[in-house]
Design a protein around this ligand. Structure first.
Ligand SMILES: Nc1ncnc2c1ncn2[C@@H]1O[C@H](COP(=O)(O)OP(=O)(O)OP(=O)(O)O)[C@@H](O)[C@H]1O
Length: 600
């Protein structure tokens, strides 16, 4: 009883007039509240003594008691909304709110009213017993759905048949059916994870469908059955022969992939049921719900509130289809320049075209030949957020010649020179008078350069007029180790070699606007001349614009799956602001990156 009183005084201590107002505001009155207020007048005929009457008025009019009732009501609604498995929690609340507090309240009042008559004591005890009986009713309440009565016309020899009744709303059933090639039976082919059938827990893969709403389906085609189902409203009754194989209960899978291609089930002739398909775009993050079927996985778009999974082609199936379909695209070979632009040291870039000779100015180190490993299907990803103080992700800019990569890099460097930096290229060219080793270039011997090529030290390298130029992996490491953001522009085929846990590259594809917009915005822009390495430049020609746009299209088709951001460089200051914001987010927010990058 001490505990009861303690609980009661504790609650009372917190129910100041102000608190009562607050409680009343959050827990608006309901029927029980009014009933409590009306109780004294209802009990009036049974109470002979006026003091008893006053006691009842005081007791049921007591504001603290009203507030406790409101708290109880709120508790009751909470109680109903909690999941059935939180029994211990419920019992705790039942004990506190339905037994301890009412008993404590009554005990307090009974004690304080020494002149209480026997009849009133009985009345109060009656209320107490009613409260306990209410408690029992609530405690025993069943939370399971009520099952429909079994149909009476079940044959004795059909004892293995299961009758399932589902109430259908607008949501599809979330199951596909097929005809068994050998037996001709109609079978449940798959259950979409999180769909209505899955949530019911009553229908399983392999169950044989005998009837839908009393209509036998043995002689029907799957499409006809689907039509019957689609036309059915409200409760649908299935008669099924359960599959012998018991499915193990499955936990919600936690595998996420990034889609590397666009997919529209309506356009897919191979999908067994278009309605069950899940459409997605390149770059979407998908949660894989089931890989039971080697050809059709089940997935949902990450963060989507709809719990029902949809069908998507499996990785293996998509790779096979892609390999059959995909023509080999090769980018026009580009050449590079090593000019300095208005005091800004360019990073080494293999990107210049030589229209005169149409020959590669530098030979690219890496093969551009399409191989199976590059087939863009899905990539397993995991969330990654850079810890403060950890190395920055490498920022890689990709785009066609003249699109404005250097312009954007320059703006970033000027905006925060302490934060952003670029790599210093290596060359075998002789150092000029005004140059300093390790500032414009690392000047090294041809022999050393060739040794470094042999040891895979360069991410890109090439030869121009008998001299080597290259960007080394160590030059990237050197920037990152200073805790700076390293800005690098490379040819897109080198991206796959940079995609490592060490560099975690954030790849931005800088895309030109339309040719019309290029004409308008690039009036004063200059292309760097391919004829020499002295930094001479010339105004853009119509041909330059056309090539820029078509090269961008090819790059996007071939390497689009590796781009994390596509930035259209139309208005320069807008493009710069967008890039700056994106890079800020990369540093501070969680992103989806290949799962291997998060495991080391
Ligand atoms: N959004 C823009 N609006 C107008 N002019 C631009 C814009 N972006 C870039 N330019 C101009 O276009 C020219 C080429 O830009 P930039 O040198 O940055 O291109 P790039 O992609 O680095 O090309 P390259 O690969 O040839 O070095 C420059 O004169 C630059 O000032």
């Amino acid at each position: 009883m001490h505990i009861c009183l303690y609980v009661y005084s504790y609650i009372q201590a917190f129910i100041s007039p102000r608190a009562v107002k607050t409680i009343c505001f959050f827990f608006p009155s309901s029927g029980l509240y009014e009933l409590l207020a009306a109780l004294p007048s209802q009990l009036h005929p049974h109470v002979s003594c006026p003091e008893d009457n006053t006691f009842l008025q005081d007791m049921f009019g007591e504001r603290s008691l009203h507030s406790l009732v409101k708290v109880k009501q709120k508790r009751t609604s909470f109680f109903h909304s909690t999941k059935p498995n939180s029994h211990v929690f419920k019992l705790f609340f039942l004990l506190i709110f339905q037994i301890l507090i009412p008993v404590a309240v009554l005990y307090e009042y009974l004690n304080s009213m020494s002149n209480l008559t026997n009849s009133l004591t009985n009345t109060v005890l009656l209320i107490c017993s009613s409260l306990l009986s209410v408690h029992d009713t609530v405690a025993q309440k069943s939370y399971d759905p009520e099952l429909p009565p079994l149909p009476e016309d079940i044959d004795d020899d059909e004892d293995s048949v299961k009758i399932i009744r589902l109430v259908k709303n607008k949501e599809p059933l979330g199951a596909t059916i097929m005809r068994d090639e050998h037996t001709g039976a109609i079978l449940v082919a798959r259950i979409m994870r999180g769909g209505a059938a899955d949530r019911s827990g009553l229908i399983h893969v392999g169950d044989e469908l005998k009837e839908v709403n009393g209509i036998p389906v043995d002689d029907k085609k799957p499409e006809e059955i689907i039509r019957i189902l689609a036309q059915s409203q409200g409760a649908i009754t299935f008669k099924v022969v359960p599959s012998i194989k018991e499915e193990a209960p499955t936990k919600e899978p936690k595998m996420f992939v990034k889609a590397l291609f666009d997919y529209d089930p309506k356009e897919d002739k191979a999908i067994p049921c278009k309605e069950a398909g899940l459409a997605f775009k390149k770059g979407s993050i998908l949660q894989i719900m089931s890989q039971d079927d080697a050809t059709w996985w089940q997935a949902k778009v990450e963060g989507d509130a709809n719990p029902r999974a949809g069908l998507i082609p499996s990785k293996q199936f998509q790779e096979r289809r892609f390999a059959l379909r995909q023509p080999v695209i090769s980018l026009p070979i580009q050449r590079t320049s090593s000019r300095r632009s208005s005091g800004f040291r360019r990073s080494f870039r293999l990107s210049r075209r030589d229209k005169k000779t149409n020959k590669s100015m530098y030979e690219c180190k890496k093969s551009e030949i399409y191989d199976m490993a590059d087939v863009p299907t899905y990539e397993e990803v995991a969330p990654y957020c850079r810890r403060s103080g950890a190395k920055h992700r490498l920022v890689v800019l990709v785009g066609p010649t003249g699109v404005g990569l250097n312009e954007l890099k320059k703006k970033l460097l000027i905006s925060d020179p302490q934060h952003f930096s670029v790599t210093i290229p290596h060359t075998t060219r002789a150092k000029r008078n005004q140059e300093t080793d390790g500032v414009e270039y690392h000047f090294i011997s041809k022999h050393l350069f060739e040794t470094d090529i042999h040891n895979n030290k360069f991410i890109e390298y090439g030869e121009y007029k008998g001299n080597f130029y290259g960007t080394s992996l160590d030059s990237i490491r050197s920037v990152l180790s200073k805790n700076k953001v390293c800005l690098l522009d490379v040819q897109p085929h080198t991206l796959k070699h940079l995609r490592t846990s060490e560099f975690k590259p954030y790849v931005v594809f800088v895309k030109p606007p339309s040719v019309e917009r290029l004409r308008e915005t690039r009036k004063s822009g200059k292309m760097i001349s391919a004829k020499d390495d002295k930094g001479s430049s010339k105004p853009f020609t119509e041909d330059d614009f056309q090539v820029m746009v078509s090269t961008a299209e090819t790059m996007e088709t071939q390497y689009g799956h590796l781009f994390e951001k596509i930035l259209v460089n139309d208005d320069l200051s807008e493009a710069f602001a967008e890039l700056r914001l994106a890079l800020k987010k990369v540093e501070t927010e969680t992103q989806w990156v290949p799962v291997s990058w998060t495991q080391s």
